[in-house]
Design a protein around this ligand. Structure first.
Ligand SMILES: [Zn+2]
Ligand SMILES: [Zn+2]
Length: 587
């Protein structure tokens, strides 16, 4: 049954907005960039929630619990066992709770998530892109980029740097159809569930970014500056933001200078450079640092002793070519001295990475010395300003009887006619008219819903005064609970408008549940005392506890209606529950 319900809900949504599977404010991140699999299996992880798939954003969807997806040149082949479909397509869109399992033997790990997926194929490899809310992206990057951090404040500083970087450089891969890759080219991202301390650091800085002249700052970061922070212009010559100037970093030095040494023969270097297509002198014998950057890093190198006599070479080109041939840790930074020893060139260096922006080793030391994340950010990005996300842009729309506030009016307005119809049905069932205009509030994300209402994810909606606060429409549709949620909450408004402040919660909930499905067979639960129901509904200890209390309340009201009639029971909302009824409850 559930299988049939989910697809139309997503289909309905797809008619209203161009894409059912991703939202404008989310980030499209390519996963498995380093090792793109040629084939994957996508398996549903929730028993009651199969995976919905479609071949274009507005196409009809199919559902399955187990999909085989493979690349053939530039087309994707989908095999769905349930629907017997096996077809090539250029694009594939998936939604649901799933695990991606790369083909056995692939280097890529499995990925468990519920972010909308878009899959294409290029040259026989799958290009898999997930649409993630920004805070989830910050979670995943922080998990990958700060494995060595022990301090909370350095984690928080990194969370702000990662979030700011994401906003600043969004669309880095726009030409390829996504925002970011998941390697250090953009920001490395972990596919494993983030540890609680990672999530805590992201939560503690939720929505905070560094701003300069009204725009997100360029919050570069690196592993270890070796005591000397590099200016941005040392790495990217055209780039001179004042908060990315060269300066000393006493903190990572205090923690212990990261020193490294590599000894490489002239012949090996010569082969590595030629492999990168560089034109070199013949029979060169010596390498010298010709010029250095303001932070002391090698800038231009000179190859001497050959023909022609002296050929200049950029140090970053040199490092890239050597590392590509000999491994990425051979020359860890441009902060080094060179000496020649018996036909070998010895590089003695400090630090690791480009040295621009936040030094992770220094940030960790600052936090260890008791500095706050704000002090850390001010040290590495001086002159920038910490700001919080701009308030969500709530807009109001109205139908004949109902108001809707939402941040995405175009997509969310679809709920108004549904709510209008259900309100009329509820009023007919209860025999009263609602005397005011109810307001629906649709939250744009689960995070903003949780942050504002304080409700856990399993509570789809809650009522506050005349407002019904709802999870994002896409979530309600995904769970096929748009109508049942509206019916329940609109009954609540009707019931609350007739109840006195003394009417117990179990009685109000019980009436709403009973009215929502008056002919349902009573749920199989053991009876609870009225006090027990009340406390479990007011302060549930678990989802299970709360669900049992709901069911018990529904049973109790159904029984009362059987004994005294619906009219009389509804009358007790304002008149009070008769004493003999209350007394009879505590069997
Ligand atoms: Zn990238
Ligand atoms: Zn440093």
């Amino acid at each position: 049954m559930k299988i049939k319900l989910i697809a139309p809900a997503c289909l309905l949504f797809s008619l209203l907005v161009p894409s059912c599977v991703s939202r404008a404010q989310d980030f499209d991140v390519r996963i498995y960039t380093q090792h793109p699999p040629a084939a994957v299996t996508v398996v549903a992880t929730q028993a009651q929630n199969p995976i919905a798939w479609r071949t274009c954003p507005t196409c009809e969807s199919g559902v399955d619990r187990n999909l085989s997806i493979s690349a053939a040149q530039s087309s994707v082949t989908l095999a769905s066992s349930l629907s017997g479909v096996q077809k090539p397509t250029s694009d594939l869109y998936l939604a649901g709770d799933y695990q991606i399992q790369p083909l056995a033997g692939a280097e890529a790990p499995p990925f468990t998530a519920n972010f909308p997926l878009h899959i294409r194929a290029v040259d026989g490899q799958l290009v898999i892109t997930v649409s993630m809310p920004i805070e989830k992206y910050v979670d995943a990057v922080l998990a990958a980029e700060s494995g060595d951090f022990k301090q909370t404040e350095s984690l928080k500083a990194m969370a702000v740097a990662i979030r700011t970087y994401a906003l600043r450089f969004r669309g880095k891969h726009a030409a390829e159809g996504f925002d970011f890759c998941d390697t250090t080219h953009c920001q490395a991202m972990s596919l494993n569930a983030p540890a609680p301390r990672i999530v805590a650091a992201v939560d503690a800085t939720r929505g905070q970014t560094l701003s300069y002249n009204g725009a997100p700052a360029e919050t570069y970061y690196h592993q270890n500056c070796g005591g000397a922070i590099a200016a941005a212009s040392e790495v990217w010559p055209a780039n001179h933001p004042p908060y990315l100037a060269a300066h000393a970093d006493p903190y990572c030095v205090a923690a212990g200078v990261l020193k490294w040494e590599s000894t490489i023969s002239v012949a090996t270097i010569d082969a590595a450079l030629r492999a990168s297509g560089l034109s070199l002198p013949v029979h060169w014998t010596t390498l010298e640092v010709a010029t250095r950057t303001p932070s002391g890093r090698a800038q231009r190198l000179k190859l001497t002793g050959g023909i022609p006599a002296d050929v200049p070479l950029s140090a970053s080109t040199f490092r890239f070519a050597v590392n590509r041939a000999l491994g990425w840790n051979k020359i860890r930074s441009d902060l080094y001295e060179v000496r020649i020893s018996g036909g070998q060139i010895v590089f003695s260096g400090r630090g690791s990475g480009h040295g621009v922006g936040l030094c992770q080793a220094g940030a960790e030391e600052m936090a260890r010395e008791g500095k706050s994340y704000l002090e850390i950010l001010n040290f590495y990005f001086p002159g920038t300003q910490l700001i919080s996300a701009r308030a969500e842009n709530w807009q109001k729309q109205s139908s004949e009887r109902i108001d809707l506030i939402s941040t995405n009016p175009q997509a969310d307005s679809a709920i108004l006619p549904i709510a209008g119809r259900i309100l009329a049905e509820d009023e007919r069932a209860i025999g009263w008219q609602l005397a005011f205009r109810p307001q629906l509030q649709l939250f744009p994300t689960m995070d903003s819903y949780r942050d504002t209402t304080g409700e856990p994810g399993w509570i789809a909606a809650s009522v506050r005064a005349h407002t019904i606060r709802l999870q994002p429409l896409i979530e309600l549709q995904r769970k096929s609970i748009v109508e049942s949620t509206l019916r329940h909450e609109l009954f609540h408004l009707l019931v609350e408008s007739h109840a006195t402040t003394n009417t117990p919660l179990w009685f109000r909930e019980g009436i709403v549940l009973y009215l929502s499905s008056p002919n349902a067979a009573p749920p199989k639960v053991s009876a609870m005392t009225d006090q027990r129901m009340e406390s479990s509904l007011l302060h549930p200890t678990s989802r299970d506890d709360q669900e049992k209390a709901y069911a018990a309340a529904q049973n109790r009201v159904a029984l009362l209606v059987q004994l005294s009639g619906k009219e009389a029971v509804l009358g007790w909302l304002s008149a009070g529950i008769p004493a003999d009824v209350s007394a009879g409850a505590a069997q």
